[in-house]
Design a protein around this ligand. Sequence first.
Ligand SMILES: [Zn+2]
Length: 110
Amino acid sequence: MGVNSTPDAACPECGRIQKLRPKTTGGWIRLEPETVPAAEAKDETLRWSITADGYAVAGRGTGGKCYIEHRRVCSRRRHHPEHLGPIFVARWLRNRSLDGLPIEGITAEP
Ligand SMILES: [Zn+2]
């Protein structure tokens, strides 16, 4: 039994349609669609991979790549995610740009 046919759902903050993945620990997670180099997610708990049967698992990547959680780089996030690593800032800036939101005057998380 697998869950590779996962529902698409809009992010409640930015409205972007993304796949929701069930977590092996219960609950669901919205991941960014593209992988990033796993080494760029400083903390292993920020690295997500997808099992062959479609579950999201934290703590590792696959082949040096991993997925990152959408909410950490959502364009509607008010402070940049600098403390998580440069790749999170890069994705967040891209998402802000795609949604036409300003990046000037943004501060790091308090
Ligand atoms: Zn969002």
